[in-house]
Design a protein around this ligand. Structure first.
Ligand code: NAP
Length: 266
């Protein structure tokens, strides 16, 4: 596995983690694929109270010392007491004493960010969470959330980022890079849309580049994200063949010229 630095901490996060949204319709298959991913180095698992599958993740990580668990508190629970309660719920479902990365799922303008971040700091003080992250935060939201904290720094912002979805580029990604904030790229394969007819243009460029490396379009798309240097991508799969394919996106590097070509692909 390759790693990216988690925020300004000395900790290393796998550049390839496992997403779990929609995972678990078949519970035992969900547990099995997560266990297999952990065994092969994708020990970073992303879930959320909203996904309704923290218990499945909890079952998959039992006895797995290397697992790094990220979960998220839902915006409707952003009051001080709400965050504390949601965290207790996640700890119970995951059956862990501590959550590695606790993230605010989306901004919630109806609750003062100071109140929410105060609760996050308390959870960190109490050792219930190890790191504080956010998700779907704009540059302004991110700055406000950081300013609302006194004792901790935000280590990550989880945002939609893929060859198809470039919203985080420029302002947000430059800021994260400068501030040592890790970007966690969700829907890195466009939720599967990468393979749809309407994205044939993207797919053919990815496949064309991949041919020279002996890599598939998905592997090129993931490698391009990882090449950014402060990004960890979290594709979701329940298919063992896709898991193997996604793992093949690391251990090699696209050339600068190919990265540039993909940067300009719109
Ligand atoms: P994604 O990972 O971009 O795409 C998942 C889809 O791609 C699934 O249908 C999967 O099907 C398929 N797939 C995976 N690997 C493939 C491969 N090598 N070749 C072909 N198809 C492949 O989309 P996502 O699930 O939306 O995003 C990943 C994770 O990000 C989520 O699971 C969740 O943890 C997180 N997320 C966070 C937010 C947020 O608001 N913070 C929002 C959305 C997602 P198979 O299962 O059949 O392989």
């Amino acid at each position: 596995m390759e790693f990216v630095r988690l925020g300004k901490t000395g900790e290393k996060l796998p550049v390839l983690g496992m997403g779990t949204w929609n995972l678990g319709a078949d519970r035992s298959a969900g547990v099995l694929i997560l266990k297999e991913g952990i065994r092969r180095g994708m020990a970073f698992i992303d879930t959320a109270e909203m996904y309704g599958n923290e218990e499945i993740v909890g079952e998959a990580i039992r006895g797995e010392e290397k697992a790094f668990i990220a979960t998220k508190v839902s915006p409707q629970h952003f009051s001080y007491e709400g965050v504390l309660r949601a965290c207790e719920g996640s700890l119970k479902k995951l059956r862990v004493r501590q959550i590695d990365l606790y993230q605010l799922h989306w901004p919630n303008k109806r609750i003062a960010i100071q109140e929410t971040m105060g609760a996050m700091e308390r959870l960190a003080d109490e050792g219930k969470i190890r790191h504080i992250g956010v998700s779907n935060f704009s540059l302004m939201d991110l700055k406000e959330a950081q300013e609302a904290m006194r004792r901790y720094e935000i280590v990550s912002n989880q945002v939609e980022y893929s060859i198809l979805s470039r919203m985080p580029e420029e302002a947000l990604s430059n800021y994260c890079m400068a501030q040592g904030i890790t970007m966690i790229a969700y829907s890195p394969l466009g939720q599967g849309a990468l393979y749809s007819e309407k994205n044939e243009g993207f797919l053919s460029v990815l496949a064309d580049i991949g041919e020279r490396y002996g890599k598939s379009a998905s592997q090129v798309a993931l490698n391009w994200l990882i090449s950014k240097g402060n990004v960890s991508a979290i594709p979701k799969t329940e298919n063992p063949e896709h898991l193997t394919e996604n793992l093949g996106s690391i251990g090699w590097r696209l050339s600068e010229a190919d990265i540039k070509r993909l940067d300009l692909l719109r």
